[in-house]
Design a protein around this ligand. Structure first.
Ligand code: R5P
Length: 262
């Protein structure tokens, strides 16, 4: 692996344990001003020191993130449909790899829509982005989007989507946790990180984190279950203690409850 590519990946997936806590705040690119992410600058200022990297769009990077912050950036470069459109899978590349380099991103991220109407377009875009990114040693994070059809979140479907992402040459893949998650992990040769999905109570979100790590995930790319919590700092610390600190979900939840009482 080229030095630059290896170095960028090691900014995201920490070499000492092969794990990562990525904070996702890219939701506005299709959801608009999502609840508790209306002012991304506040979210970034509060949480950036507790994550290993931040996933966001270039607009939010430029407007809401201090260029002096050292936190690595994972730049979302796909988009093109909103939550009120007929088909969320109709995404294209909206930001170039060159722009990602200019913004000093440590990786680029884009969605693929396996099984959806625009599956073909999104997969060909993934191939094209990887071809371009390889030239500059820029890692590509493929996001296995399931859109509105959440019933597709089973091991068979997610294994298919993650494996395809890896076959195309992605360096990391983001997916959702599901029953029999080991099957997804064992059939995918690249690191898998999980999205948190819609807000759960903290205990359930910590359980989800633990189950994913225990099954072999390399970490989380989590958004709503952190910044929609009434206690986002305590929550990200609890997530971190599972991902990097070998805590189980009960220990992490106990620490969380103690921390919010102080
Ligand atoms: C969705 O595709 C977005 O990229 C989000 O970054 C992703 O869903 C992770 O955020 P959450 O944990 O809120 O699901």
């Amino acid at each position: 692996m080229d030095w630059g590519l290896k170095n960028r990946i090691s900014r995201i997936i920490k070499p000492h344990d092969g794990k990562t806590v990525m904070l996702a705040i890219d939701h506005g690119y299709f959801l608009g001003p999502t609840d508790k992410l209306e002012d991304p600058k506040k979210t970034v200022n509060k949480l950036e020191k507790f994550c290993d990297s931040i996933m966001l769009t270039r607009g939010i990077l430029r407007t809401s993130m201090n260029a002096k912050f050292a936190t690595p950036i994972v730049l979302r470069i796909s988009g093109g449909s909103s939550i009120i459109s007929n088909d969320l899978s109709n995404e294209k590349i909206t930001t170039s790899v060159k722009e990602a380099l200019r913004l000093n991103a440590s990786a680029v991220a884009m969605s693929i829509f396996v099984g959806a109407k625009y599956e073909h377009n999104s997969l060909i875009s993934l191939g094209n982005v990887i071809n371009e990114a390889e030239e500059f040693g820029m890692p590509v994070l493929a996001v296995t989007a399931v859109g509105k059809e959440l019933e597709k979140r089973d091991a068979r479907y997610l294994s298919l989507a993650c494996r395809i992402a890896s076959e195309f040459g992605s360096h990391i893949v983001k997916t959702y946790y599901c029953d029999e998650f080991e099957k997804v992990i064992n059939s995918c040769p690249i690191p898998i990180i999980i999205a948190g999905g819609p807000k759960l109570d903290e205990q359930k979100a910590l359980q989800l984190t633990y189950d994913a790590i225990n099954a072999g995930a390399a970490g989380v790319d989590m958004g709503r279950n952190i910044w929609q919590s009434e206690h986002p700092i305590e929550m990200i610390k609890a997530v971190r203690s599972i991902v990097h600190g070998n805590k189980n979900s009960n220990e992490a939840y106990t620490d969380f409850k103690l921390a919010i009482k102080k």
